[in-house]
Design a protein around this ligand. Structure first.
Ligand code: TGC
Ligand code: FAD
Length: 395
């Protein structure tokens, strides 16, 4: 009987290796090995039990992944492509694993690195890179999601302190964090009065109740941040930014990482669907030999290839001339929306088995529902792009 030839891999189809430096390939391969050996064997159980792999945090730090694209202060100083490849490999494991790294680096460390005083940088960044301090980012509130300018969290001046009151909702890593970068309006000001504060665990009135019962990102700890008359020294305010552009600048960094990360989840779903289709026999033949299944696999591979090429293009631009928030929106929207469609298609190819946690597909599919919503919903990015392309604000 003739043997079936080995399938062409996605890496060969895209030939991305030819466009990477030795160091970029080395970083990707190191993280790939870590995820496959250390994370994937536990991924389903962590998801089922709603547990975060806290024990792996030191290994993430040892690979230089916490604040990996920042320079100085003990950070690895990777270029944007190396960082993108790394988070893509993490999300091949689970979006929750990538979320942890995104939040630590782009949303907790980056604002300190970019907007902080030298004293704040020296005090926090080396320990955050080494995972001795875990951070989270509090922007969203129960009544203020896509429109963060409507936040009601307030910072009232009181001598050499601010007194913070408010509630932040859906905060990744809040339950395990040692500090939170919290965005609040100073006194009763408008959107331009928004400032960032470093709030540390142990400050009286700071609580982070866990949100349980999520059917998505179950392996990522999500909580609220409840601030009740929390007295924060004035020296804990980020001195070098004011207004909504502060938190939005952080989001641009995190969204860039997500546009790479989502491709990792899509690749995991593609790999699982392909392997399943090649071995699952119906009507006397592997379903991979059926035209309708091939059409689905081809569309999945095609969209992953396009997304990968776009991520690489914007990654290279980010390191040379820079990229705009609009370009980041394009990449986040496209790659996450396609990753979700790819996960749903893969789920179908696996038939009934597609709903079991024994396979990675339904876990990724459920996770991607959050990725589609956080860091700017799919609709928010559509409207950002629509505004840029037409000149009409449709928010
Ligand atoms: P708008 O008037 O457009 O802008 C206000 C100021 O901000 C500037 N700006 C940006 N700066 C940097 N990066 C960006 N992406 C920026 N977008 C806007 C803008 O130039 C302006 O500056 P200036 O100097 O003129 O004051 O503000 P708007 O109130 O109309 O809102 C715009 C809108 C809707 C696009 C924005 O608010 C938005 O992006 N909403 C979505 C909210 C969001 O993405 N939240 C995410 C929360 S964090 C999260 O989800 C973490 S999940 C992490 C994980 O687990 O991985
Ligand atoms: P809403 O803003 O209420 O939107 C509801 C629906 O209305 C969406 O479909 C939206 O696209 C649509 N919509 C809104 N405005 C418009 C409009 N003008 N035109 C058309 N449609 C519109 N936030 C943080 O600050 N830090 C975190 O670490 C963090 N982690 C998260 C982790 C998870 C697992 C999740 C699910 C969320 C997290 N978020 C975090 C919050 C996330 O950023 C918000 O959920 C997101 O910004 C959307 O806000 P919302 O849920 O309030 O939805």
């Amino acid at each position: 009987m003739a043997t079936t030839p080995e399938p062409l891999s996605l890496d060969s189809l895209i030939s991305i290796d030819a466009l990477l430096t030795d160091e970029e390939r080395m970083i990707r391969d190191t993280v790939r090995r870590f995820v496959r050996e250390r994370y994937l064997p536990r991924a389903a159980e962590l998801f089922a039990k709603e547990q975060f792999a806290t024990d792996l945090i030191p290994e993430l730090a040892a690979m230089g992944l916490l604040g990996g694209s920042l320079t100085g202060y003990g950070c690895a100083g990777m270029n944007s492509v190396a960082y993108g490849l790394a988070v893509q490999e993490l999300e091949y494991g689970d979006s929750g694993l990538r979320s942890f790294v995104s939040v630590q680096g782009s949303l907790a460390m980056w604002p300190i690195w970019k907007y902080g005083s030298e004293e704040q940088k020296q005090r926090f960044l080396p320990k955050m890179a080494a995972a001795e301090i875990i951070g989270c980012f509090g922007l969203t509130e129960p009544d203020s999601g896509s429109d963060p300018g409507s936040m009601t969290t307030r910072a009232r001046t009181d001598g050499d302190h601010y007194v913070l009151n408010g509630t932040k909702m859906w905060i990744t890593s809040a339950p395990v964090a040692h500090l939170a970068v919290v965005w609040a309006k100073v006194d009763d000001g408008g959107p331009e009065s928004i400032r960032g504060f470093i709030v540390e665990r142990g400050m009286p009135g700071f609580e982070t109740p866990t949100i349980h019962g999520k059917m998505s990102l179950r392996a990522s700890p999500t909580g609220e941040i409840v601030l009740t008359d929390v007295r924060v020294p004035k020296a804990s305010m980020l001195p070098n930014v004011m207004g909504l552009k502060g938190p939005l600048g952080c989001l641009t960094q995190a969204r860039f990482g997500i546009s790479w990360g989502a491709l990792g989840a899509a690749r995991a779903c593609y790999d699982a669907a392909l392997a399943y289709a090649r071995t699952r026999v119906q009507f006397d033949k592997p379903i991979a030999s059926k035209q309708l299944i091939q059409e689905q696999l081809v569309e999945m591979a095609m969209e992953i290839a396009k997304g990968q090429i776009m991520a690489l293009h914007y990654g290279r631009l980010k390191d040379t001339s820079g990229i705009s928030p609009i370009q980041v929106s394009l990449c986040k929207k496209n790659n996450v929306a396609w990753a979700l469609k790819i996960a749903r298609t893969a789920r179908g190819i696996l038939g009934g088995n597609g709903i079991l946690l024994d396979y990675p597909v339904v876990r990724h599919m459920l996770n991607l529902e959050s990725v589609y919503t956080y860091e700017g919903t799919n609709e928010v990015h559509t409207l950002i792009l629509g505004n840029a392309l037409t000149g009409h604000n449709a928010f």
